[in-house]
Design a protein around this ligand. Structure first.
Ligand SMILES: *[C@@H]1O[C@H](CO)[C@@H](O)[C@H](O)[C@H]1NC(C)=O
Ligand SMILES: *[C@@H]1O[C@H](CO)[C@@H](O)[C@H](O)[C@H]1NC(C)=O
Ligand SMILES: *[C@@H]1O[C@H](CO)[C@@H](O)[C@H](O)[C@H]1NC(C)=O
Ligand SMILES: *[C@@H]1O[C@H](CO)[C@@H](O)[C@H](O)[C@H]1NC(C)=O
Ligand SMILES: *[C@@H]1O[C@H](CO)[C@@H](O)[C@H](O)[C@H]1NC(C)=O
Ligand SMILES: *[C@@H]1O[C@H](CO)[C@@H](O)[C@H](O)[C@H]1NC(C)=O
Ligand SMILES: *[C@@H]1O[C@H](CO)[C@@H](O)[C@H](O)[C@H]1NC(C)=O
Ligand SMILES: *[C@@H]1O[C@H](CO)[C@@H](O)[C@H](O)[C@H]1NC(C)=O
Ligand SMILES: *[C@@H]1O[C@H](CO)[C@@H](O)[C@H](O)[C@H]1NC(C)=O
Ligand SMILES: *[C@@H]1O[C@H](CO)[C@@H](O)[C@H](O)[C@H]1NC(C)=O
Ligand SMILES: *[C@@H]1O[C@H](CO)[C@@H](O)[C@H](O)[C@H]1NC(C)=O
Ligand SMILES: *[C@@H]1O[C@H](CO)[C@@H](O)[C@H](O)[C@H]1NC(C)=O
Length: 682
């Protein structure tokens, strides 16, 4: 017995040592994230997240940004004004520690930037009323000797790729840098930043990398709750000590800034979080803080979470409601729903109370919205969002076990609103929605995309809108008419869903490659995350055309609202999505485009959901593996229009109980069983 015991003790000691090395969550945060990936495989090489929370730069560049060498741990600065740029190779964020030996007297400046455009002695802008200057931090040395400098917690830099170190000295100081270590501050509850609970892999490497750049962006946007942007904003420098909400981790808009909860952004960020990293606790905490700060008299939610707490946005109010639906759909968190249900009802009364007659349209008086130029009154985009709010609300009413008939009431209101929207906001002569119910020649990207995604229009109008949206396209993305001169990967995230949702696969993939492909391949960007927005001429000064005096460096290069392709590739190309609480029901509806092999999956409380498909000369093969006891709908593309193909499931013909029915370009099979199954279509 003794030797075996010894071996066991040695093994457990070994495991313990390993575990204690891996156990590195942020500061005192309890590690509650997953420790292992749910779907191990070669695709993990596309994950941008580092394997350790402590990272060092990858390479050293000159002050002009030219490659000097890879970073081996040391570097030297000699004389006042000398500087080197350290490139981490990907977006990172957190607290830097410098170990160095100095001679003389002076200080080392540390300046941070996401884009290569702004390397130098000034950090890019993250604060200071939109135009900095953020400036630099300084590590001071008074006499020759060995030093270790760590940035103070409140100066945490949430997002950067480049660190410029420069020497300031009146004399002839020199600095030998021995170590540069960054402790990553994001995704604070995860000890293993690569423990993804979802994956995506196809035979198109660019699409794979785009999927993973959205996922990594969302990791950088899940932040410790006490690291929000300080309010009131500093005039110079930066300070990230704002308390954002409950819990340990919370989803914000961007890594560098605003570092605040914005429910509108979550309309894109949350579905993409679910299919990729798969951690919903930052989402729950972000929604909870909106409920905590609801105006108890009117029912209005703030536009942004504390400490920013901007008020007065009807659209963002509704996004908190839609966010509640999304979170519940993925989590089946009934305790959360019950706890907040009375507040949800108050929120519905508040917004529906703004519907005016005889038109039956929402009269938007909370004017704030995403960066679109014109807002308010009978604007088309808020109508689409109200429609989605009512439809999702009617499902929530059932889930909340409401017995006052709200499911029927809200469905009826949605139907009436749909009629009004189509009557007053659509421009028949043009073939798409106007910006509002008045005579305007502006046909926005947001309302039109959402009309199709949220199912506000019939097939003819959806086809017409999809075609009209192409008029906005340039080689580097769709210019959004409602924010002239700008390209919005946020709103384009709705546009790609619009094309996908009506089977215009080639258009959706084309726009993904133009817009997200352009940014990911741009050597001036982070090459690992998705950007907040950019200008039509390919420069990064998003919104600088809007009349605001934004500094171009203020733009966030790691902004979750632009992660739309991550959810869209899983939902529409792989074709796998959940339709009932926690995945109790699901759908598999692949779209091939010009791809030949795709696989992927995600995880809910019920277990893992995985699917793959492969096109063949005479058809295609599809397989799936989902929890037993769940029920799905298969939407299998036809090989020839109008013609039922030969379909075999696990080697057997389709049973009549699955009610095969041709709908459009696909055959729909209902009541597909959980478990592992293989389908061949010829
Ligand atoms: C971590 O916990 C220790 C002991 O409770 C406490 O002294 C310290 O301030 C905490 N640090 C942070 C960053 O919360
Ligand atoms: C040190 O260099 C900075 C520029 O990096 C310059 O502004 C400053 O005047 C220099 N100081 C001295 C003492 O030369
Ligand atoms: C440089 O000299 C100026 C003027 O004497 C002094 O104010 C400053 O603190 C000195 N800076 C350093 C880094 O020694
Ligand atoms: C350098 O000197 C200043 C002024 O005497 C002092 O406040 C500071 O703590 C010293 N810094 C270091 C790193 O010794
Ligand atoms: C700190 O950085 C150096 C390289 O600069 C590296 O060799 C060392 O392993 C890092 N320390 C930790 C704790 O990761
Ligand atoms: C699909 O087509 C696009 C555009 O022509 C091309 O860039 C891409 O490489 C193609 N992908 C595959 C997997 O063939
Ligand atoms: C919409 O609200 C504004 C501001 O309260 C009001 O002036 C306007 O008359 C309202 N429009 C309609 C159609 O009720
Ligand atoms: C309608 O939309 C256009 C284009 O955005 C805008 O110029 C106009 O002010 C809007 N009208 C109203 C009443 O909101
Ligand atoms: C909710 O309402 C819709 C539309 O009226 C109806 O189809 C559905 O069966 C209702 N759901 C429940 C659970 O009552
Ligand atoms: C839309 O709002 C504008 C400005 O308030 C108003 O003139 C117009 O009558 C409204 N349209 C409808 C259909 O209510
Ligand atoms: C891009 O467009 C912006 C806004 O019109 C302008 O300020 C900037 O100079 C342009 N940059 C280039 C390189 O064309
Ligand atoms: C959802 O949660 C409820 C209440 O906790 C539970 O009864 C039900 O079985 C759950 N459903 C699924 C699909 O997880």
């Amino acid at each position: 017995m003794a030797p075996r015991n010894l071996v066991a003790r040695l093994i457990s000691l070994f495991l313990f040592v390993n575990a204690s090395i891996a156990q590195s969550c942020w500061k005192n945060t309890t590690c509650s994230g997953p420790t292992d990936t749910a779907f191990p495989g070669t695709w993990e090489s596309n994950i941008f997240a580092p394997s350790s929370r402590t990272v060092s730069p990858a390479s050293i560049l000159s002050s002009e940004g030219a490659f000097i060498s890879s970073f081996q741990g040391s570097a030297k600065l000699s004389g006042n004004g000398s500087q080197l740029v350290f490139d981490f190779g990907i977006e990172v964020g957190g607290l830097v520690t410098l170990d160095y030996y100095a001679t003389g007297q002076g200080s080392i400046g540390l300046a941070f930037t996401e884009s290569k455009n702004w390397v130098g002695e000034w950090s890019d802008s993250s604060n200071g009323e939109f135009k900095g200057p953020d400036g630099a931090l300084y590590a001071v040395f008074n006499t020759s000797g060995k030093y270790s400098y760590t940035m103070p917690d409140i100066r945490l830099r949430g997002g950067f790729r480049y660190l410029t170190l420069f020497l300031v000295s009146n004399g002839t100081a020199t600095v030998d840098i021995n170590d540069i270590n960054l402790t990553i501050g994001f995704q604070p509850t995860w000890s293993n930043l690569r423990a993804y609970q979802g994956y995506f892999h196809s035979n198109d490497d660019e699409l794979n990398k785009i999927w993973y750049s959205g996922a990594y962006t969302l990791q950088t946007n899940a932040v410790p709750v006490n690291t929000g942007r300080h309010v009131p904003f500093l005039i110079t420098g930066w300070q990230n000590d704002g308390v954002l909400g409950p819990g340990d981790t919370i989803i914000v808009d961007g890594a560098k800034r605003d570092r605040a909860v914005w429910p509108g952004d979550m309309g894109i960020a949350v579905p993409s979080t679910f299919v990729s990293i798969g951690d919903l606790s930052p989402v729950k905490n972000a929604l909870q803080v909106m409920y905590d700060y609801q105006n108890p008299t009117t029912g209005a939610f703030p536009e942004a979470g504390p400490p920013l707490l901007q008020l007065g946005s009807d659209t963002y109010h509704m996004w908190t409601m839609i966010g509640t639906f999304n979170y519940f759909l993925y989590s089946n968190d009934t305790a959360f729903l019950q706890e907040n249900w009375a507040k949800y009802l108050l929120a519905m009364d508040y917004i529906y109370g703004k519907v005016t007659y005889p038109s039956g349209l929402l009269n938007v008086t909370g004017l704030r919205d995403w960066a679109r130029w014109q807002t308010g009154y009978n604007g088309s985009e808020p109508q689409m969002i109200l429609y989605r709010t009512l439809i999702t609300g009617s499902d929530l009413a059932v889930w909340a076990e409401d017995n006052t008939g709200l499911n029927a009431t809200w469905n009826t209101r949605a139907a009436n609103l749909k009629t009004a929207i189509n009557q007053y906001c659509y421009d028949d002569a043009y073939g798409a929605f106007k910006d509002n119910a008045t005579a305007t020649t502006l046909h926005p990207q947001d309302a039109n995309s959402m009309a199709v995604v949220f199912d506000v229009v019939d097939t003819d109008r959806a086809e017409s809108i999809s075609t009209k949206l192409l008029d906005n396209w340039t080689p580097i993305g769709a210019v959004t008419p409602e924010l002239p001169g700008n390209i919005s990967p946020f709103i384009s995230g709705y546009e790609i869903q619009a094309h996908f949702s009506i089977g215009q696969t080639a258009r959706a993939l084309d726009l993904i490659r133009r817009c997200w492909g352009w940014y990911l391949n741009n050597p001036l960007g982070s090459q690992s995350t998705v950007i907040e927005g950019y200008l039509q001429n390919g420069t990064f000064g998003y919104r600088s055309t809007r009349g605001y005096d934004y500094d171009a460096s203020y733009v966030s290069h790691s902004h979750g609202w632009s992660s739309g392709p991550t959810a869209a590739l899983t939902t529409y190309v792989l074709g796998l999505s959940v339709t009932g609480r926690a995945g109790s029901t699901w759908k598999l509806a692949p779209q091939f485009g010009n791809l030949t092999n795709v696989e992927g999956g995600f995880t809910t409380g019920l277990g893992k959901y995985q699917a793959s498909w492969e096109t063949k000369e005479d058809g295609y093969a599809l397989s799936y593996n989902v929890p037993d006891g769940t029920i799905g709908e298969l939407v299998l593309p036809l090989l020839n229009a109008g013609e039922l193909p030969r379909i075999m499931i696990d080697g057997q013909p389709v049973p009549q109980s699955m009610n095969p029915e041709i709908v459009g370009d696909a055959v729909v099979l209902s009541s597909a069983q959980g478990g592992s199954h293989e389908i061949v279509v010829q």
